[in-house]
Ligand binder design. Structure first.
Ligand code: FAD
Ligand code: EPU
Length: 339
């Protein structure tokens, strides 16, 4: 097991923040992780499990050990006439898993095409896009308990999935490292095309007959046109979650802002796009030195080249404050802040 010292993380996070890790190791096997967790020199230091780095903001240099998950492997582990169970290692690129399923005709995650990052991070915030979330096909995962090195299986119920949320952002944030994830997919596809933009794109692409591949292609098309490519412009996707507010508050806001968009979540809850709130506050396209708000999408904070974690964080705080002052709504980061 090789442990490197003072490693730049600039190319290991999609925001391109040039933070340094005091120690760095990559983990391609559960036993490597166990060894690393028991390593005497590192035991008292903070740890960060890193996947693709597409949902983290490094506020400073990281004074502990960055454990970069590269555990690989995709396999079909079980079948019945209607379903197939696919298991993938935590370090597998998420879109590689999507492509594997699309090519084999396994239905369930095609709407989640092209989300950056790894399989192991997908349950952390229950990734979602275009009307589908990971929890829709999730079967189970295996995670190593940090203190004992033992491996525990988590079912859907154990994971307590919510909107961009799970037990791994809460009670199980520190004590467990995800090793692999198993999904239950369908042999006969169920097409989920209710998300307006997806329907429009399928029509615009002239798709006559729906297929898993057509949906995947349409999602890829939308994403490539709408979201900045981190390889070209540093970003972490949506920086904030979309707030969910009470119907009552929504109705009052609509009196003042008749165009405010809102998506009904339950009888008395409405989800508001943070992008709209941020744009109304005048932030879209604003730039401060090397950091800013994307010109095409107000929910995406960008690093033009050499922006620091602190600069992004200060910008995020100012945005939060102005949304609070204008609408009396708190928006909270989706991105994990690492100090
Ligand atoms: P990282 O950023 O490396 O880590 C994120 C968090 O998970 C950290 O707290 C880390 O410690 C923890 N973690 C990572 N791996 C493990 C593990 N094996 N065990 C325990 N903890 C772990 N997200 C969506 O939900 N929907 C989208 O549509 C979407 N679009 C995006 C578009 C762009 C352009 C970008 C840059 C990001 C987007 N995201 C989206 C956010 C991001 O892709 C997801 O959150 C993704 O799951 C993060 O994966 P990662 O491997 O990069 O995680
Ligand atoms: N909008 C604006 N200004 C903008 C952009 C959008 O006002 O600059 C408004 C429009 O009214 C638009 C609405 O916001 O209809 C929603 O925008 P979009 O469809 O782009 O979705 P989003 O709410 O910004 C969410 C997820 C994305 C996911 C898409 C598609 C969150 C925090 N973000 O974005 O996930 O890909 O829906 O399902 O829920 C991510 O998590 O990183 C991410 C990219």
């Amino acid at each position: 097991m090789s442990i490197q010292e003072n490693v730049s993380l600039k190319h290991l996070n999609t925001l391109g923040i040039d933070a340094q890790a005091r120690y760095y190791a990559h983990i391609d096997h559960a036993q490597h992780l166990r060894d690393l967790l028991q390593h005497k020199k590192l035991q008292s230091l903070p740890r960060l499990i890193l996947g693709g780095g597409s949902n983290v903001l490094f506020l400073n240099d990281f004074k502990g050990t960055v454990m970069h998950m590269t555990v690989g492997g995709i396999a079909t582990i079980r079948e019945d006439p209607a379903h197939v169970w696919v298991k993938a290692g935590a370090g597998v690129n998420w879109h590689t898993l999507v492509r594997y399923c699309v090519e084999k005709g396994y239905s369930g995650i095609e709407n989640l095409s092209l989300i950056p990052g790894t399989v192991g991070a997908a349950p952390i915030q229950n990734i979602g896009a275009y009307g589908v979330t990971l929890s829709d096909t999730f079967e189970s995962l295996e995670a190593m308990e940090v203190d004992s090195g033992s491996v525990r299986t988590f079912t859907t119920q154990d994971c307590a999935f919510g909107y961009r949320d799970s037990v791994f952002k809460n009670a199980c944030k520190e004590p467990y490292v995800i090793l692999n994830v198993t999904l239950k997919l369908q042999k006969q596809p169920t097409f989920r095309t209710t998300y307006g933009e997806l329907q429009e794109t399928l029509e615009a692409m002239g798709i006559q007959k729906l297929s898993i591949k057509a949906i995947s292609d349409a999602v890829i098309h939308i994403r490539q046109n709408k979201l900045p490519d981190p390889a070209i412009l540093g970003n972490a996707g949506s920086f904030f979650k979309n707030p969910v507010i009470l119907q009552e508050q929504f109705k009052k806001l609509r009196d003042t802002y008749p165009n405010i968009p809102g998506y009904i979540q339950s009888e008395n809850q409405v989800k508001i796009p943070s992008a709209w709130l941020i744009e109304q506050c005048g932030w879209k396209g604003k730039r401060r030195g090397d950091v800013g708000v994307h010109t095409q999408h107000a929910l995406i904070l960008v690093n033009y080249a050499n922006g620091t974690g602190q600069e992004i964080y200060q910008l995020a705080q100012d945005i939060q404050q102005s949304v609070k002052d204008t609408f009396n709504i708190e928006i909270v980061p989706e991105v994990q802040l690492v100090s």
